[in-house]
Design a protein around this ligand. Structure first.
Ligand code: WTA
Length: 661
């Protein structure tokens, strides 16, 4: 047993609670209150669970108010540590050195690789020595463009060991997107692979990397992992094989860790926003490390022998924090899977859970919906008795998907932690502590230690109310009143953009871009984005990215993108396109434009629907009326209000008439 359902709430039972790290709401409240009222002592105490070369002098310094000067926050100043040391070396004593750190399953069944902490340490040290040999040092940037193969965490940890800042680019991104990120980050070295395996097929990645590198003169070295062994293009003098590098005679098994100041950057990770080019979120050593360590421990209620499977791709923040750093910092076993959960059969995921006796399974609503479509018979074949906690992340989880997950995967025995957070936030901010309080389907429940969320009045009806707390049951905009250790410090190379993006809408607070509703009992229900970001299968796509890709095409005069409801993906991408003179709408052109977006950004940004329109509705100042487009796309035409008074009413009628169902 594990969970008891009563009046629509799901309670952890006594057996679950007896093992839980935090087993009552009172215990949580006590710690939570202290984290807010006495952050200095709370975070100092927590930081002592990890290793520091030199203890921090000052725990926190910050200003969130643009009126009071520069917006910033700093944690654990004067403290020196190393994330790789804490993730690996800290566990090298007996018996933990032989505990499994990384359990890697390739897509083909026979491809399995098991690293104990000692083995992973050795591999990481060797690769760190390779990076050193290439002349890289603290503060340099390395770009990593790899699929879900074990070399990816090795490369990350090797960077962290030396204070090299990694910038990982999701393997599904196009050559152009990769190029932009390499250039933005000023990376000197690229790590990539010959090909990736997906659903039994091989896809070139090195050719993408080559295309990107044509415009990246700073990159002098490209280290290539051999995954499939197919013939690939090669640039002598620049390209070398991972295996040749790491097995060279002059590479030793040990590499000293760089002592990093708490505020030194650990990595850059790019995220789409509502405007313009990708934003390089900068995460730092001390704050990020401690926060992901603690959230992994408490939210997934880690037990001494937990095997943790986060199904995300490491190319996204979820994989950074909860495949690599969080589990390893806790000395637990991280299970990493190369393939997709639907291939070769729809019970692949359930089979792996059984095979490796996974205890924590962390995935996204889009995956749950896709798997639920395959029918209950697939999970029914697998008792999955090892499972103890189930997690969800990436988008609002609809109660149907929540209940399906609970019944078919958790077999009604496992608490579900619906975890809300963002690339910017570094780690989970709102989620249940599974042994401490009951959950409600669709709610991420309460904030983690140090986090003070507010459902803020957007001030639309009454500007004087901007930022005030919304009453229970009424949706507002989600803000954070105070900093927490893992919030990104800046956008790489553009601090003003970080301030403008997050701290100008609601004075004195961090604005998340999400809507939220808090009910009478204080449970948080996330409502999705309130800005121009589309959440496709849990991946953030900026409308601006799609639009600027489209207008780069010769035939396109203007484009507008909006999120449309999608049964599996949560949201799909719907675009309106007006053509330049001399171009006519056609099915061929539609196909061409869709593949143009794929080429520019990647398959994840592929428009689901593309409607040709003679014109787009605009305000007097020439801005596209997105609110109206969104309503059309959501098929909420009756909520457009009275459009007859608008100059553009004919344009809107035309769009509605030709809406693609
Ligand atoms: C959405 C992923 C509802 C949200 C960790 C956020 C969620 C964006 C949830 C961040 C959740 C993430 N419930 N919505 N549990 N988790 N989101 O940066 O809109 O890829 O702003 O980080 O995903 O996406 P990102």
């Amino acid at each position: 047993m594990g969970v008891i359902e009563k009046d629509g709430k799901f309670y952890p039972d006594e057996e679950f609670k007896s093992k839980a790290l935090i087993n009552s709401y009172e215990k949580y409240q006590e710690m939570y209150k202290r984290s807010i009222e006495d952050p200095e002592n709370f975070w100092r105490e927590m930081s002592e669970e990890l290793f520091w070369y030199k203890k921090p002098e000052k725990i926190l310094d910050y200003n969130f108010d643009t009126q009071k000067g520069k917006v910033f926050h700093e944690w654990f100043k004067g403290g020196y540590t190393n994330v790789c040391y804490n993730a690996l070396d800290r566990h090298l004593d007996n018996p933990t050195k032989n505990r499994v750190a990384l359990l890697w399953q390739g897509e083909p069944d026979e491809d399995v690789k098991v690293f104990s902490y000692q083995m992973l340490h050795r591999e990481v040290c060797r690769f760190a020595n390779v990076l050193k040999k290439k002349g890289l040092k603290k503060g340099d940037r390395v770009c990593i463009y790899l699929p879900m193969i074990w070399e990816l965490p090795v490369a990350m940890l090797a960077c962290a060991r030396l204070g090299i800042i990694h910038a990982i680019v999701f393997g599904g991104f196009s050559a152009d997107a990769l190029r932009d990120r390499i250039q933005e980050s000023g990376s000197k070295l690229l790590i990539t692979v010959d090909q990736t395996l997906r659903n039994g097929r091989k896809f070139d990645l090195k050719t993408n990397a080559d295309d990107a590198l044509k415009d990246c003169p700073l990159v002098t070295d490209c280290i290539v992992v051999q995954r499939t062994g197919s013939e690939i293009p090669w640039t002598e003098g620049r390209d070398t094989w991972w295996n040749d590098e790491i097995n060279a005679d002059d590479i030793s098994n040990f590499c000293e860790c760089e002592q990093m100041e708490a505020e030194d950057p650990l990595f850059i990770l790019y995220t789409s926003g509502s405007t313009g080019k990708p934003k390089g979120q900068v995460h730092t050593t001390g704050g990020y490390m401690l926060y992901v360590y603690l959230t992994t421990k408490y939210i997934f209620d880690l037990q001494p022998e937990s095997t943790f499977w986060c199904m995300a791709d490491i190319g996204w923040i979820t994989g950074h924090s909860y495949i690599v750093y969080g589990p390893l910092l806790n000395g637990t076993t991280s299970f990493m899977y190369e393939g997709t959960p639907l291939w070769p059969a729809p019970d692949r995921a359930w089979d792996l859970i059984e095979r490796y006796e996974i205890n924590v399974c962390y995935t996204a609503p889009t995956v749950i919906r896709a798997l639920s479509r395959q029918g209950e018979e697939w999970p029914a074949k697998h008792p999955m008795k090892s499972l103890r906690v189930l997690g969800s992340v990436g988008e609002p989880i609809n109660p149907d998907a929540w209940k399906w997950y609970h019944k078919n995967v958790g077999k009604e025995n496992c608490p579900i932690v619906d975890t809300w957070w963002q690339t910017e936030t570094g780690g989970i901010l709102i989620a249940p502590l599974p042994g401490a309080w009951p959950t409600k389907p669709g709610s991420a429940t309460f904030p983690f230690f140090g986090v003070v969320p507010r459902s803020a009045d957007p001030g639309v009806d009454d500007p004087s109310k901007l930022g005030q707390k919304m009453p229970p049951g009424e949706a507002g905009h989600l803000c954070m009143e105070k900093p927490w250790p893992a919030l990104s410090r800046t956008i790489y190379g553009d601090h003003q953009r970080w301030i403008d993006t997050y701290f100008t809408q609601f004075p004195g607070m961090y604005f998340t871009g999400d809507g939220v509703l808090v009910d009478e009992e204080g449970y948080h229900f996330l409502q999705g984005r309130v800005d121009d970001v589309i959440n496709v299968s849990g991946h953030r796509i900026g409308t601006a990215d799609v639009e600027s890709a489209l207008v780069m095409h010769d035939a396109v005069a203007e484009a507008a993108a909006a999120g449309m409801p999608h049964e599996i993906k949560g949201q799909g991408i719907y675009v309106f396109v007006t053509l330049k003179m001399g171009h006519e709408p056609s099915d061929d052109l539609r196909k061409e434009l869709v593949s143009h977006v794929r080429k520019e950004i990647g398959a994840i940004a592929s428009p689901d629907k593309l409607q040709f329109a003679p014109a787009l509705p605009k305000t007097r100042s020439g801005k596209i009326m997105r609110r109206i487009l969104r309503k059309i796309v959501e098929n909420k035409v009756d909520e457009l209000g009275d459009v007859s008074t608008l100059e553009d009413s004919a344009v809107i009628e035309e769009l509605v008439k030709n809406r693609l169902g």
